[in-house]
Design a protein around this ligand. Structure first.
Ligand code: DC
Length: 225
């Protein structure tokens, strides 16, 4: 059984998917981390996000792979573990800007589909239910208002002792939504058969519980067939 969780930045997808994977004994696949690893390569090579031809010319030569250490996904870029480098805002924005290109998506979608064919996964991203795993048994579209998402991000940064501006974070989130939802190739949208879940007024535990119940019901149904 595969579980697809899509939704905009900051909706809580990864926190929730990680917890669910633990509860259900599935492998968690964070697809955003793969787009971020590729974006890191473009940043390190000084390749401009607007240069599609230049990006397409190098994509085939970039090696992105995934390994698991103590249950945690580790992303390798050309053999180097880049988990510690890909969480910066700059990398997230570059990932959003370069994930619009079909050549970038083709390569990473193939890797994601390969991972899901080997084992049961909970995969999160933007196009999992619509493109990567169209036959996933459970599909969730997890969202929250941009104000809620910005406040969560602000609290996270504050807790790390980083200075930040709530309004700037909100604008950044809205800009990213705009790009992810309106690109031509595999834009972020709710799959027709996905359940819409708004986490604005819910705790992480409540959301995990709702999705866990859906997964368990689906498992029971498939055993009865
Ligand atoms: O989930 P994230 O913030 O780590 O993702 C970073 C960017 O990568 C996101 O803004 C858009 C892109 N992305 C994508 O296009 N498709 C996915 N399945 C996952 C991420």
């Amino acid at each position: 059984m595969n579980v697809a969780i899509d939704g905009p930045a900051g909706a809580g997808k990864s926190t929730i998917a990680k917890r669910l994977a633990k509860e259900l004994g599935y492998v968690y696949v964070d697809t955003g981390a793969m787009y971020r690893a590729m974006a890191l390569y473009f940043l390190e090579q000084g390749i401009d996000a607007s240069k599609e031809e230049e990006i397409s010319a190098v994509v085939d030569g970039i090696d992105i792979s995934i390994r698991y250490q103590e249950g945690e996904q580790q992303v390798f870029l050309n053999g180097e573990n880049v988990n510690g480098k890909i969480r910066r805002e700059e990398v997230g924005n570059m990932a959003s800007a370069t994930s619009v290109y079909p050549d970038v998506r083709k390569k990473l979608v193939a890797l994601q589909q390969k991972l899901a064919s080997d084992t049961d996964v909970i995969m999160d991203g933007r196009d999992i239910g619509t493109c990567v795993l169209p036959d996933a048994e459970v599909k969730i579209y997890l969202t929250a208002s941009s104000a809620t998402r910005a406040k969560r991000r602000y609290d996270e940064l504050q807790a790390k002792g980083e200075s930040c501006d709530l309004e700037a974070i909100r604008l950044d989130i809205e800009e990213r939504d705009e790009r992810d939802m309106n690109r031509e190739t595999s834009p972020l949208k709710q799959a027709e058969d996905a359940l819409l879940l708004d986490s604005s007024d819910k705790t992480i535990e409540e959301v995990v519980e709702i999705i866990q119940k859906i997964c368990q019901d689906r498992q029971k149904e498939s055993k009865m067939l």
